[in-house]
Design a protein around this ligand. Structure first.
Ligand code: FAD
Length: 306
C-alpha cells in the first residue's frame, strides 16, 4: 500500500505528489489522463513567472518533475469507487484496487459544452471556456458569451473591459445572474444582451471562428452575429461521479473542502477544480494540491499506522 495516493494527474495532483514525495513517503498517482485539462490548452500566459507556455509542454514538464521523485504514476486508469478506512481503497475500472493511508482527490472538472456544429472544430481557435485565461487574446475584437447565469454575466462584464464588444446570449427569456451583476452589465455601453436565443452553430473560415448563429425562440428566425470569439459559460462539471455517498459534495457535485483541503472523511483530502475552491486556475490548483498534501502528511504523522 501507499502512504499517500493521489487520484488525478492534473496541476493539483502533480503538486500534491511532489510535496508528498519530498517527505520521503511512499506516494502514488493514479490518473485517467496525466496532465488533465492542461492537455487541452494551447497558449498559457498566466502561469506566474512563465510568460508563455503551451498545454502539452506544461503537462510534460509536470510529469517529468513528478517522476524525478520516484513517484509511481499509474496512468490511463480510471477510479470507480472510494472505500474509506484505515487503509482507504481506490477501486479501478479494470478491477484493480489501490490502498493508501491517506488519499488526495484531485480529479478536476470539465466545462459543459453546448454541442453545436463548430464547437469542437474551433476549440482553442476562437471557442473558449475561460475568460481569465483567454480574454486578452480577443483584445479589440468582438466576442459572444453563451450563458446568462452568474458565470456568464461575470465573464461578459470582465470581457467588456478588454474586447471591443460583447454579445451575451441566453437561452431562457431572462438572465439568471444576481441582480447586482445584471445592473452592472446593463450599465456597459459595449454589451448587447440577447435572450430567448438558442445557439445553433459556431461558424468559421476553416481556420478560426468568424461568427455564431442563433435561433430566436420566440419567432423561430435565425440570426448571425459576426465575431472572433465565443466564450461558453454554461457550467463546470466536477469529476465526482465515483464519489457518491462517500465524501460530502455540494448540490453541484463539488467536493466540500476546508482551508486545509480536508473533506468530510478523515484521511481523505481534496484539491483543485474538483473542490469548492473558488477560481479554477492552474496556479490555484497547484497551491491547493500543495495544501492538501501537507495536510495529508500532517494526518499521517498524527495517526498511528493500523
Ligand atoms: P484537471 O486538470 O482537470 O486534472 C484532473 C485529473 O484527474 C486528470 O489527470 C484526469 O484524467 C484525472 N481524473 C478525472 N477523473 C478521474 C477518475 N475517475 N479516475 C482517475 N483519474 C481521473 N488555467 C489557467 O490557469 N490558465 C490557462 O490559460 C488555462 N486555460 C485553459 C484552457 C482550457 C481549454 C481549459 C479546459 C482549462 C484551462 N485552464 C487554464 C484551467 C486549468 O486547466 C484548470 O484549472 C486546472 O487544470 C485544474 O487542475 P486540476 O488538477 O484540479 O484538474
Amino acid at each position: 500500500p501507499y502512504d499517500m495516493l493521489i487520484v488525478g494527474g492534473g496541476p493539483a495532483g502533480a503538486a500534491a505528489a511532489i510535496y508528498a514525495a519530498r517527505k520521503g513517503i511512499r506516494t502514488g498517482v493514479v490518473a485517467e489522463r496525466f496532465g488533465g485539462q492542461v492537455l487541452d490548452t494551447l497558449a498559457i500566459e498566466n502561469f506566474i513567472s512563465v510568460e508563455h507556455t503551451e498545454g502539452p509542454k506544461l503537462a510534460a514538464d509536470l510529469e517529468r518533475h513528478v517522476r524525478s521523485y520516484g513517484v509511481d504514476i499509474i496512468n490511463e486508469q480510471r477510479a470507480e469507487a472510494l472505500v474509506p478506512g484505515d487503509y482507504s481503497e481506490i477501486r479501478l475500472a479494470d478491477g484493480g484496487v489501490l490502498r493508501a493511508r491517506a488519499i488526495v482527490l484531485a480529479t478536476g472538472a470539465r466545462w459543459r459544452e453546448i454541442n453545436v456544429p463548430g464547437e469542437q472544430e474551433y476549440r482553442n481557435r476562437g471557442v473558449a471556456y475561460c475568460p481569465h485565461c483567454d480574454g486578452p487574446l480577443f483584445k479589440g475584437k468582438r466576442v459572444a458569451v453563451i450563458g446568462g447565469g452568474n458565470s456568464g454575466v461575470e465573464a461578459a462584464i470582465d470581457l467588456a473591459g478588454i474586447v471591443e464588444h460583447v454579445t451575451l446570449i441566453e437561452f431562457a427569456d431572462q438572465l439568471r445572474a444576481d441582480a447586482v451583476l445584471q445592473d452592472k452589465l446593463a450599465s456597459l455601453p459595449n454589451v448587447r444582451v440577447v435572450t430567448s436565443a438558442q445557439t445553433t452553430e459556431i461558424t468559421g473560415d476553416g481556420n478560426k471562428v468568424n461568427g455564431l448563429v442563433y435561433k430566436d425562440r420566440a419567432t423561430g428566425a435565425s440570426h448571425t452575429v459576426e465575431l472572433a470569439g465565443v466564450f461558453v459559460q454554461i457550467g463546470l462539471v466536477p469529476n465526482t461521479g465515483f464519489l457518491k455517498d462517500t465524501v460530502e459534495l455540494t448540490p453541484y457535485g463539488e467536493i466540500v473542502t476546508n482551508a486545509r483541503g480536508e473533506t468530510s472523511v478523515p484521511g481523505v483530502f481534496a484539491a483543485g477544480d474538483v473542490t469548492t475552491v473558488p477560481y479554477k486556475q492552474i496556479v490555484v490548483a497547484m497551491g491547493e494540491g500543495t495544501k492538501a498534501a501537507l495536510s495529508a502528511f500532517d494526518y499521517l504523522i498524527r495517526t498511528p499506522a493500523p
